[in-house]
Design a binder for this molecule. Structure first.
Ligand SMILES: [Ca+2]
Ligand SMILES: [Ca+2]
Length: 374
């Protein structure tokens, strides 16, 4: 077998493997990928329900804490559900604890975060009176005798909160509303409501009440969720241009970094995922290390030498798209016939696998025939 034939054989095997694993991967991210290592569905606890106020991770005891929203008329008091966050028993329910001291609208508690230095959790209380944010401290390691130490921040529009171990402060993400000075980060000491720093957040992000914030302990950058996307911003509040989607592409209801730089995400469907954030050069959602085509052609449709076939450019879980596989044909061919033949084999396989129809196969082959390749 000569070199060219073995290349074609290799490609066929590769395609076969790709097709076996095919799923639909919607959209493209930019620069970062979340690689999920484990997950559980929090709503399997029937009393947890949704929506969620937020999620934190307590690194000292390796527990995931989900803040269930208060439901008026005491049908559910303010409750925190605790799950195992360790590798072996990730997602095992541990306990819940609650306190009925607090009342307020159902959305009154939009976020929670953990502080392993002082062993407490902070959650935001938004009275929706337009005057206060009340981060309440609770000691999850000594429930139910919760030791509340409250203070008031004279601001409006709380969305998310995170603890900064580097200088023992809390960073609160504010959405824009009619009474504050726009969406911003405010920094306060861990035990008082004195605002010591204000940083506007890039106006291209539309922070809403459900947005969350997490501090990246490695870079000092923040991750901020807006709907079903998570954006990286600098400490100066500017977007870095890097963003990614959670695995189920649901609205993000909570997120936090844990020990060993693990990243935890709670999505609106109740899925809690633990994984790592890694570079994703082509932004297809598949980390460079796992991406067989790390610089994918992510065009919406398959285009060959300017000829648009109109066929959706499917992305396979390997990280390669149909266009990438056609590019591999172009690279391996020493004359036009070889290129056309390779594309023909490829599209036959894609049709057999149900990725494309016979008509779509024809459209791609027609473009390949007309192309000035090589
Ligand atoms: Ca990639
Ligand atoms: Ca790729």
């Amino acid at each position: 077998m000569n070199k060219r034939k073995s290349k074609v054989a290799f490609l066929s095997i590769t395609i076969f493997v790709l097709l076996l694993r095919q799923t639909t991967v919607a959209g493209a991210d930019s620069g970062l990928a979340f690689t999920r290592e484990a997950s559980f569905v929090a709503t399997q606890r029937p009393d947890l329900g949704s929506p969620f106020g937020g999620m934190g991770f307590d690194p000292a005891v390796e527990k995931v804490e989900i803040l269930a929203r208060y439901i008026p008329n005491n049908t559910r008091p303010l409750t925190i559900f605790e799950f195992e966050g360790t590798q072996a028993s990730f997602g095992n329910f541990v306990r819940d604890f609650h306190n009925s001291l607090f009342a307020g609208p159902e959305s009154a508690f939009p976020a929670i975060t953990y502080d392993s230095v002082h062993g407490v959790a902070y959650f935001l209380q938004d009275q929706e009176t337009g005057i206060i944010i009340n981060p309440r401290h609770i000691n999850p390691r000594n429930a139910p005798s919760n030791n509340f130490i409250d203070f008031i921040v004279s601001e409006t529009g709380p969305a998310g909160i995170t603890y900064d171990e580097r200088d023992d402060t809390l960073v609160i993400l504010l959405r824009s509303d009619s009474t504050n000075s726009g969406q911003q980060l405010i920094r306060i000491p861990y035990n008082s409501g004195t605002i010591i720093e204000r940083t506007p957040v890039d106006a291209t992000l539309a922070i809403d009440r459900d947005s969350e914030i997490a501090l990246d302990p490695t870079t000092g950058n923040y991750f901020i969720s807006v709907g079903a996307q998570i954006f990286e911003i600098t400490a100066d509040g500017l977007t870095t241009g890097r963003f990614f989607s959670p695995p189920n592409r649901q609205k993000v209801m909570g997120m936090e970094f844990g020990t060993g730089n693990k990243f935890f995400i709670l999505e609106a469907d109740g899925t809690v995922s633990r994984g790592t954030l890694t570079e994703d050069s082509d932004g297809d959602g598949i980390a460079d290390n796992d991406d067989a085509c790390p610089n994918s052609d992510l065009s919406a449709t398959v285009v060959i030498d300017g000829c648009n076939s109109g066929v959706p450019n499917t992305l396979f879980p390997s990280g390669c798209t149909i266009s990438d596989l056609i590019a591999a044909c172009a690279e391996g061919a020493s004359n036009h016939d070889q290129f056309v033949s390779c594309v023909s084999h490829l599209t036959n396989d894609l049709q057999k696998a149900g990725t494309i129809t016979g008509q779509q196969k024809g459209a791609i082959q027609s473009c390949a025939a007309k192309a000035h390749i090589p």
